[in-house]
Ligand binder design. Structure first.
Ligand SMILES: [Zn+2]
Length: 234
């Protein structure tokens, strides 16, 4: 497991494939949970900072994909956290949503042979304590705003800390060699929404961007967002 400090009090923990973020204040906050099996490593890292996993009182999930939610069950056992996640990835008209992925994963989970796997790999609304609609502000990093950035999934959220000019985008954006890219198309459900979300991000005052996969961008993030936004302007 690889860890790095993004800015003071904000750590990126890379567990096998995906990133988990730990925010260390009076209480601890986690953003996303990685794949199943990530909990022991996260707990060890928290202890290495002289803190206890029991001090984690909030876990925010950015979207309902298994490489972001898989570690939740394990982390629930070692923390006392409430879990917040975007409502649109979990509930439609009071029923469960179809798998909120793109073309490939969406089809895979719709086939009957795969349906028993759904419960194993995906969370349902009952697994979530706080269903987010967008616009909520958590008392984290001086105010952590929930910003709907749909496209990758219908409910995908980004988390914005204006005081730190820090934006957690999870999979709403991708990056290759420090250049921003659209998220992976095979795992993305709506391209028009994705582009609208990027235009929304480009209007924000952002210096640092943290991703669901790969290392953060720590300089000139706003200029990079605007450049990407320009590419798709109609
Ligand atoms: Zn994803």
């Amino acid at each position: 497991m690889l860890t790095m400090q993004v800015i003071p009090r904000v750590y990126q923990i890379t567990a096998r494939y995906g990133n988990i973020f730990l925010i260390v204040e009076e209480y601890l906050t986690l953003i996303d949970t990685g794949l199943r099996g990530s909990a022991p490593g996260v707990a060890d890292f928290i202890r290495s900072l002289g803190r206890s996993p029991k001090e984690v009182n909030l876990i925010i999930l950015t979207h309902n994909h298994l490489d972001h939610i898989g570690g939740l069950a394990g982390l629930r056992r070692v923390t006392k956290a409430k879990v917040a996640a975007p409502k649109r990835d979990f509930v439609i008209d009071n029923g469960p949503v179809p798998y909120p992925a793109g073309n490939f994963l969406g089809r895979l989970f719709k086939t009957t042979a795969m349906s028993p796997l759904r419960r194993r790999f995906l969370l349902e609304a009952m697994d979530i304590d706080i269903l987010l609609e967008g616009g909520e502000v958590f008392p984290v990093l001086g105010g952590l705003q929930v910003v709907p950035t749909p496209g990758h999934t219908a409910g995908s959220i980004s988390l914005y800390a204006p005081q730190k000019k820090l934006l957690f985008v999870a999979d709403a954006l991708n990056k290759k060699h420090d250049v921003l890219r659209l998220p992976l198309r095979t795992a993305t459900s709506n391209l028009d929404d994705t582009i609208a979300s990027i235009e929304k991000m480009a209007k924000m005052d952002v210096e640092v961007i943290c991703f669901g996969h790969g290392r953060p961008i720590t300089e000139n993030a706003k200029a990079k967002l605007m450049r990407l936004g320009e590419e798709f302007k109609v």
